[in-house]
Design a protein around this ligand. Sequence first.
Ligand SMILES: [Zn+2]
Length: 166
Amino acid sequence: MDFFSHVTAGWVLSERLQLTRKEKKFLIIGSIFPDVDIFIGLLLYLFVDHDLGRNFHREIMHTPFFGLIFGIILVLAIKNANKKQIFLCGFIGVVLHCLLDQIVSFSFKYPKLLYPLSNATLELNQIGMWPLIIVNLLTYLVVWISAFKLYKATSKTPINIFRKEV
Ligand SMILES: [Zn+2]
């Protein structure tokens, strides 16, 4: 899934969960953070090893296991916050990202949802091209229609969460 849809999905979920502004931020950051592996992969490709860099995307950073690590990093890094809530927000954001990449995967490289217990992936492309296209379109529709309804009801966007309070 693309960057904007990941942000939008994280925002919609954070609003639905009625989180505090700070918690919403961490859920949204978690919902896009796994794709940082694209940039790490690029650096690895350029400076370390071509194959390692080329294959780094959608590996460990696209797993619920990484969600646990990300949640722990947030807990250690963020002061003056409800640690349990911050952990859960980071974790839920990463898991949301993984699930959306599982459903909408144009590269056909699916996340390893059970890592490190298993390296198995659920190859959704096995259901055939047209069912897959329909599932992908429905997923985008759910995300963007939910966001549009939320915007109409609140006049807010994900940008409002990150804008400095006045
Ligand atoms: Zn991703």
